[in-house]
Design a binder for this molecule. Structure first.
Ligand SMILES: C[S@@+](CC[C@H](N)C(=O)[O-])C[C@H]1O[C@@H](n2cnc3c(N)ncnc32)[C@H](O)[C@@H]1O
Length: 171
């Protein structure tokens, strides 16, 4: 993905904004970099870190992706640990699990040529494909990490899967 003014990257549940600031440090200075988080404290912290580093072009704003997905669409949507955090609650909204609402909202904010890259410590690749597949997102690729072997089973502690919008209608 080439850095340009047309490129927009959203980091959902940005925490302290480190992922976006690392993207900026890697030369993505022309594109739109936006970090959102439900926590106002996270947003204040991200803004303070960016300000201390003299970076004014990265936007951080408070937003609950379950409540308000907004109308804007992004070419790259990043999630590192946010779906994991949302999946920890059994809370229902309109009878639906929050992580299902989240998956539907991710589909809505992703541009037609967009990529959703999720990094999870709690969900396997297979589980992520099944959950996001239900909401119109198709497996694209994955990041390969070193694997460990225990009791004859191979595994990894972290999973990063990229999705694109599929042709199937979302639920
Ligand atoms: C495990 S932390 C990951 C933070 C960051 N992505 C990182 O890699 O360090 C999960 C983040 O998701 C945020 N979060 C939880 N629910 C959210 C929601 N509904 N909308 C937006 N952010 C949310 C939390 O406030 C928290 O900052």
């Amino acid at each position: 993905m080439k850095d340009s003014e047309e490129l927009s990257i959203l980091d959902v549940g940005t925490g302290n904004g480190h992922l976006l600031l690392a993207i900026y440090d890697n030369g993505y200075t022309k594109c739109r970099l936006i970090g959102t988080d439900i926590s106002p404290v996270s947003i204040e912290l991200s803004q303070a870190i960016a300000k201390a580093r003299g970076i004014s072009s990265v936007i951080f704003r408070q937003q609950d992706l379950i409540k308000e997905a907004g109308n804007e669409q992004y070419r790259l949507v990043l999630d590192k640990g946010t779906f994991d955090a949302i999946s920890l609650t059994d809370e229902l909204r309109d009878g639906r699990r929050l992580n299902k609402i989240y998956a539907a909202n991710i589909h809505n904010i992703l541009s037609d040529d967009g990529i959703f890259l999720i990094t999870s410590c709690n969900w396997t690749k297979k589980e992520l494909i099944a959950r996001f597949g239900d909401f119109g997102l198709e497996y694209h690729s994955e990041i390969k990490y070193p694997t460990y072997e225990f009791g004859g089973q191979k595994g990894q502690t972290i999973t990063s899967v990229a999705f694109v919008k599929g042709k199937k209608n979302m639920i």
